[in-house]
Design a binder for this molecule. Structure first.
Ligand code: FES
Length: 147
């Protein structure tokens, strides 16, 4: 049996694993769209599942809803986004994602080393951040800062 083309909010919630309240929130923020039936019930095109999945994964890696909403503005409203449309969005996001990946790698690799935060609490701090000299560069974990 072919999958149905239009979904109720409950069906979207069930397939995506996202609560109905979150779906309503995404819709209020313009991240997803629905139309109303003659009985005033919401119906979503099946492609909403892809949008919701991307929203969730993007949020998990620290991309804000505002950034996601901005990126989604490049997607067409009048038809289901195709692979080319998603490719354009991917290109627009590439720098931001590269930056996040770089931050995550630094965090992963820095967890057992001095991160230059001023705590002077691990054995490598006197070597890596002698007398907290990195404080002159600015606030926070100076050795994790992505330039
Ligand atoms: S880990 Fe905080 S200053 Fe070294």
């Amino acid at each position: 049996m072919a999958p149905v083309k239009e979904l109720t909010v409950g069906q979207v919630a069930m397939r995506s694993g996202v609560a109905v309240s979150a779906l309503h929130f995404y819709e209020a923020r313009g991240l997803i769209r629905s139309h109303r039936t003659s009985g005033n019930q919401r119906r979503y095109g099946r492609d909403v599942l892809r949008r919701v999945a991307i929203i969730r994964v993007a949020q998990e890696v620290g991309i804000s809803l505002a950034e996601i909403a901005q990126a989604f503005q490049s997607l067409p409203e009048e038809r289901t986004p195709n692979r080319e449309d998603w490719n354009l969005l991917s290109t627009a996001w590439r720098d931001a994602l590269d930056h996040k990946i770089s931050q995550l790698k630094k965090l992963r690799d820095g967890l057992t080393d001095c991160i230059g935060c001023g705590c002077m609490s691990i054995d490598k701090c006197p070597l890596r951040n002698k007398e907290d000299r990195l404080a002159r560069e600015g606030t926070g974990a100076r050795r994790l800062a992505v330039r």
